[in-house]
Write a protein that binds this ligand. Structure first.
Ligand SMILES: NCCCCN(CCCN)CCCN
Length: 351
């Protein structure tokens, strides 16, 4: 449909985010299902800045209307989607594992319940470090996934950045031989140290800015790493590159999230190329594995300025795909100093 083409082209011009007729179609499919901006971003799986711009252009074209906090199809819009046979999205996601492929079963239950208690006193997510933590159940699903792939028992694990409190979740299970956490935010390091002392978890927790090279004793000393970087290619290089630099050999694993909320598939392609160039193979890609608890600084984030209707998010809307990567022959980490802005690009929305 030439309308989809036209809207896509204009939206790309205005946002500098790659846009396709399919992008416009996915936004329309989402609008059929929900009038809530955050749900439309979630269902469309397109970067927030692009969704906001597409909605504004469709409104100008008389296809959708903004009524209070709702985003609705107009008569003309309903006509258009019928003509174009655009239907609402359908989900067949597994209710038992929530589409993650792993469950927190008996062997992890005790540690999980302790974690749920402990994390109640966690420091709140703050804007300056692009923090946004995942649900406690999600942190443990990551533990289950890594244990399912054989990446934890008797292994040395390094966590790079930890507002998700992965270091505590991992240590509570007693599965890894050692857990090290490098984190820029002193509040988090103090909290993790307190919990480690109280529960005798023996977590090696250090304040460290990952834009700087790793501490010497961390390089090439671990079997598995976890991180959840900000969504720029630079940040992926910094966090994942550093993660790879902590690994001791080939066939070691790394885990991290990449979102569709702040990354177009064109950026995904760049990210995946960076991963392959580091000598990594992507063994698992679990869509919407990670669900981020809404942070209270939403009015400060760029996305809020872009939304066509000003209504705070009610449910979890920010999700990411969990990547599992493995090193093969010729892998190399990235341990040079990082300069410049690792938090912002044209697709960023929550920084
Ligand atoms: N700014 C709020 C959302 C940030 C999510 N990002 C950091 C998550 C840290 N747990 C990146 C998510 C995917 N890489």
């Amino acid at each position: 449909m030439e309308l989809l083409e036209k809207v896509a082209r204009e939206a790309e011009e205005r946002t500098q985010v790659p846009a396709y007729p399919v992008s416009v179609e996915k936004v329309l499919k989402a609008v059929i299902l929900s009038g809530d901006f955050w749900k439309i971003v979630d269902y469309s799986d397109e970067p927030l800045p692009l969704v906001a711009e597409i909605l504004k252009i469709l409104n100008r074209e008389g296809i959708i209307a903004f009524e209070g906090s709702q985003i609705l199809l107009t008569e003309k819009g309903a006509e258009f989607v019928k003509e174009a046979n655009i239907q609402p999205p359908v989900s067949h996601r597994c209710k038992c594992c929530n589409g993650r492929g792993v469950v927190i079963d008996e062997t992890l239950k005790d540690a999980f319940e302790k974690f749920v208690e402990i994390q109640k006193n966690r420091p709140p997510a703050i804007h300056c470090f692009d923090q946004g933590y995942v649900t406690p159940e999600n942190s443990f699903a990551r533990v289950a996934l890594a244990d399912d792939r054989g990446d934890l028992r008797g292994k040395k694990v390094c966590v790079l950045g930890d507002d998700d409190l992965m270091s505590i979740a991992l240590a509570l299970t007693g599965l890894p031989e050692k857990v090290t956490i490098l984190e820029i935010d002193e509040r988090l390091i103090n909290f993790i140290k307190e919990v480690s002392d109280k529960y005798n978890l023996n977590i090696d927790a250090r304040v460290h800015d990952l834009r700087k090279p790793l501490p010497k004793d961390v390089v090439g000393a671990y079997d598995t790493f976890f991180c959840d970087p900000p969504e720029t290619v630079e940040a992926i290089k910094a966090f994942v590159g550093r993660g790879v630099a902590t690994l001791k050999a080939e066939r070691c694993a790394g885990y991290f999230g990449v979102t569709r909320r702040e990354s177009s598939l064109d950026k995904w392609r760049k990210i995946q190329k960076v991963l392959l160039d580091m000598g990594l193979v992507i063994t698992d890609l679990l869509h919407n594995f990670n669900e981020y608890v809404n942070w209270d600084y939403y009015e400060e984030m760029r996305g809020w300025q872009l939304t066509p209707v000003k209504e705070p998010p009610k449910e979890i809307w920010y999700k990411s795909t969990q990547f599992r990567v493995e090193t093969v022959k010729g892998f190399k980490g990235f341990n040079e100093p990082i300069v410049g802005d690792i938090y912002n690009d044209a697709e960023s929305s929550t920084t």
